[in-house]
Design a protein around this ligand. Structure first.
Ligand SMILES: [Zn+2]
Length: 925
């Protein structure tokens, strides 16, 4: 544990004895906490002022108005919190008491903070220096967007304790403090990021306020409880038990967490010296497959502490497998929460894909203990300091602990994928402008995570890994336990690097869009002249203002027996001519050597095709992995014709590298969305079968003894494409036979083969298969099987059966966390997209109830999968007032409509050529 200054931070704080209830909670008899007459607010009304609270201001005085979207000043700042909860997860409400130690830097009669949906019973202020002295009762003014104002009859100045008692609903929407049922048992969990702490306790709900928290949880004696800090005592209170936890290090509110229930607890048996205690909590009966995650976590912690040269910041590490959880995982300090499938892995039978996903997400969350938790963004505009870094750092760790999964090349694939989204005119920058709570929720997007990752990777390559690491270490050391901004990070990197990083980094982080670098070259006088142009990459038919970046560019050339590279900073505006010292005329030049920098590039079509055909084997794996995506981008921008694109895709289809193959599969998926007529689809199916048959033979439908890791990583995607786009009868037949075995007994089939077979069988699935899946969903306790079944239920093509799958969401068999699988799977195909859209429109209001108001602003994304004029029109009419769905919905709608229009535009412009060429290709073979 790091200690030191933070302890001094609360030295003067009057904790009146640990392990006993503060008097304002003690005054509430335990028996009445959940008894009749204790009402909880429900519905939209926020905080009610109980009638017994006599207002201290005159009725005619101007009422302070609090808007939760307005940023708080530091005129009044929190120094520490004491949180008391009484939670019985079998009940649909809970009680809370909160004491916030604040300092008012100037006299004020009004305090502004946050609370939402809490039913306050009492709110008082008492001098911190005289806690038994006079108490001032507050008048409570609930505001909009979770804002809360308290007004007092006299001015507060200096240090005060603000004491609240309240009750609140405990519902099953997986957000804030919520409950979840597993079998006959109930559990309670929390998810506070970004703005849901305010729904569980009154607080200064902004990341700039980092304070210690001391939490206690009273719960039925059959249950356990965990929070951010270690347990200090458990005290029986009637038929309940009160758990008191140690005081935490300084945390922002969004990192506070709790878990309550009859958990199984697995402990790491033999931790290396110097590591904190590590446990995994699961719901009852599920702890037997936690060994993999426990061991990986310890290995990952060792890697992180070594890289950062900084000890794990907290007193212990608990990780919780949560059965109902919307995010993948959440990095709460010392109490990290995950979807079950990332912590519960059958080590003997589990697939390499599942294990890699677990390693990757654990590394991401544990990297947050430093990036985000130890050093926290000042404000949500720098969310990328959390998320891009954790994503990048996860890659650094994977390169060390799982090099066989080729994390560096996976980062290349992520880079070119996110460029697709960054090509939209409605794309947002990595560092986003935050005007309201919707902007905060929307900031958790692929641009923040993956463009952020790509920019960091570019900077690391440019600066050099050693210098980059010393910059990171200096940044962490300087801002430990505090907040930081982008400028703090760049200052540290500027100091560590040989050349200033800031001007390059800021353009990539603060501006939307992906640069396009166009390269033409000619040989002369025994050497070569390279002519570069840069501008924003745009889709065919769209336009934007002229733009330029400072781009670290490296090109790589090859000729007969020769290879050479040339690097420079492209900072001279739109055009540059470079004459490298090469003494040969290159046969090819790759415009982004090893794909280390973040830009689209362009060559003349025949030169691009030659890279795929003649020079593919001379390219590096990174260059090959990115090539299918760059070819499609050229097609979309109108710089490549359909026939040349297909020829390039076909040439790249011969590559046996698993990530090149995945990139080719992505290309086939994009074509599949464009082509809708029966004849064109049959032509695409034939093209797909021909391209993939050698890979299918080489890799096999089921794992083989001693096969390379890469076979396990690509198998599912390969056969999914062969079955769904290639319509390959043998694949579909094999899948159905295995799917029937899985329904009989899932234990007989390895989980990866089961998942792949169920999803494929569902494509042509009948009612018998559907019934079987629903029954399996009800009885399985394996997170991997459950995940496979959910994905299969979403993959049916029969509209009636697909509709039945969607209904499961409304009936509770599918959970709120499963929702995203439905639109994403539907969007793969025009027919299923239409079925989902039709269902969505009918059930939108039920969905909002089920998913929670905070999620509803993201619902317009259901349009993104459309590729038809009629659906787009219908969507525009349906979402005529997106604000109704919450702040941020308009931006989501704009991006979703642009995504759909992009498909439609592409269909208009390139589909005829693709159709004709596909027909020719299939006729001639
Ligand atoms: Zn994260």
């Amino acid at each position: 544990m790091r200690c030191g200054w933070w302890r001094r931070g609360w030295e003067g704080w009057s904790f009146r004895g640990r392990g006993r209830a503060p008097r304002w909670l003690g005054a509430l008899a335990v028996s009445v906490l959940f008894g009749p007459g204790v009402g909880c607010s429900s519905g939209p009304s926020l905080i009610s002022t109980p009638p017994e609270l006599a207002p201290t201001a005159t009725p005619n005085a101007a009422q302070p108005i609090a808007d939760g979207d307005e940023r708080l000043t530091r005129q009044v700042e929190p120094l520490a919190y004491r949180l008391e909860f009484e939670i019985d997860p079998t009940r649909d409400n809970y009680r809370g008491a909160t004491e916030i130690h604040v300092r008012a830097h100037a006299p004020t009669t009004t305090l502004r903070l946050h609370a939402q949906g809490l039913d306050f019973h009492d709110v008082f202020a008492v001098r911190a220096t005289a806690p038994d002295g006079a108490r001032l009762r507050a008048q409570v003014h609930p505001g909009k967007n979770g804002g809360l104002a308290l007004s007092f009859g006299e001015a507060l100045e200096g240090e005060w304790l603000i004491e609240f008692s309240y009750s609140a609903p405990l519902d099953e929407v997986p957000m804030s403090l919520y409950r979840a049922r597993e079998g006959d048992e109930w559990y309670a969990f929390t998810q506070f990021e970004a703005l849901a702490a305010r729904e569980a306790f009154p607080c200064f709900d902004e990341p700039q306020f980092k304070t210690p928290f001391t939490t206690s949880i009273t719960t039925p004696s059959s249950m356990k409880a965990a929070s951010n800090a270690p347990l200090e005592s458990a005290t029986p209170v009637g038929d309940q038990v009160r758990y008191d936890f140690a005081t935490t290090e300084p945390l922002p509110t969004y990192l506070v967490a709790m878990a309550v229930g009859n958990f199984d607890v697995a402990e790491h048996p033999g931790l290396p010296a110097g590591q904190p205690p590590q446990r995994i909590l699961t719901v009852r009966g599920k702890s037997q497959h936690t060994g993999f995650a426990l061991r990986q976590s310890s290995t990952i912690l060792a890697q992180l502490t070594e890289y950062f040269d900084s000890a794990y910041p907290y007193q212990k590490l608990d990780q919780v497998a949560v059965p109902s959880f919307r995010a993948g995982a959440m990095e709460n300090a010392g109490l990290v929460t995950y979807r079950e499938q990332y912590l519960i892995i059958d080590e003997a039978r589990g697939s390499v894909t599942d294990k890699l996903a677990a390693q990757s997400i654990i590394a991401h969350e544990l990297a947050h203990m430093w990036f985000g938790n130890l050093v926290t963004m000042q404000w949500w505009d720098d969310l990328w300091l959390n998320e891009a870094f954790a994503t990048w750092m996860s890659n650094v760790v994977l390169k060390r602990i799982a090099p066989e999964t080729e994390p560096e090349l996976q980062a290349v694939k992520s880079m070119v994928e996110v460029m697709d989204q960054d090509a939209l005119l409605s794309a947002t920058p990595v560092r986003k402008r935050i005007a309201n709570s919707g902007d905060i929720d929307n900031a958790f997007d692929r641009i923040t995570y993956l463009k952020g990752l790509s920019v960091l990777r570019m900077l690391e390559h440019w600066v050099g890994p050693e210098r980059f690491r010393s910059g990171i270490r200096a940044y962490l050391e300087r801002h430990a336990w505090k907040n930081a901004t982008m400028f703090d990070l760049l200052e540290a990197l500027d100091k560590a690097a040989e050349h200033p990083v800031s001007p390059v980094a800021r353009a990539f982080v603060e501006k939307p869009g992906v640069p396009l670098v166009e390269l033409a070259w000619k040989c002369k006088d025994g050497g070569v002249e390279l002519a570069f142009e840069q501008r924003r990459y745009l889709l065919s038919g769209s336009s934007a203002a002229a733009d330029a970046w400072q781009i670290p560019v490296c090109v790589r050339a090859g000729g007969a027996d020769q290879t050479a590279s040339h690097c420079f900073l492209f900072d001279a505006g739109a055009k540059m001519v470079e004459t490298p010292a090469w003494k040969f005329c290159p046969a090819f030049v790759h415009p982004n050597a090893d794909e280390t920098s973040y830009y689209r590039w362009r060559l003349e079509p025949q030169r691009l095709l030659a890279l795929a055909r003649e020079f593919r084997t001379q390219l590096t794996p990174a260059e090959r992995v990115a090539l299918p995506s760059h070819a499609f981008a050229a097609l979309e921008a109108g710089a490549l014709d359909g026939a040349t694109y297909l020829a390039a895709l076909e040439a790249l289809g011969a590559d046996e590298h698993w990530l090149v193959l995945e990139a080719v599969l992505d290309g086939l998926g994009k074509l599949n969305r464009l082509l809708t007529g029966a004849a064109e689809r049959e032509a695409l199916a034939a093209f797909t079968r021909r391209l993939l048959a050698p890979h299918a033979k080489r890799i096999g439908f089921e794992p083989r003894a001693a096969e390379p890791v890469s076979a396990g990583l690509v198998r599912s995607r390969l056969f999914q494409t062969l079955g769904s786009i290639g319509n390959d009868t043998e694949t579909l037949k094999t899948a159905r036979v295995i799917a029937d075995q899985v329904l009989q007994d899932p234990e007989q089939v390895p989980p990866a083969v089961a998942a792949q077979s169920l999803a494929l069988a569902a494509l042509a699935g009948d009612a018998k298969l559907h019934d079987g899946l629903v029954a399996l969903l009800g009885r399985t306790r394996s997170p991997a099987t459950r995940d496979a079944v959910v994905r299969a239920l979403a993959a049916f093509r029969d509209p009636e059966l697909l509709g039945r799958s969607y209904e499961l969401l409304l009936h509770g068999s599918l959970r709120a966390q499963d929702y995203n699988v439905l639109p994403r799977t539907a969007a793969r195909d025009a027919a299923t997209q239409a079925v989902f859209w039709g269902w969505y429109v009918k059930h939108e209001s039920e969905l909002i109830r089920l998913l929670g108001a905070r999620v509803s602003a993201s619902l317009p994304w259901v349009v993104a999968g459309s590729c038809s004029e009629a659906e787009l029109e219908a969507a525009r009419a349906h979402f005529v007032r997106p604000e109704k769905l919450g702040p941020g919905a308009r931006q989501n709608l704009e991006q979703a409509l642009e995504t759909a229009s992009r498909c439609l535009n592409l269909r208009r412009t390139v589909e005829p050529a693709l159709r004709q060429h596909l027909a020719e290709v299939s006729a001639t073979r």
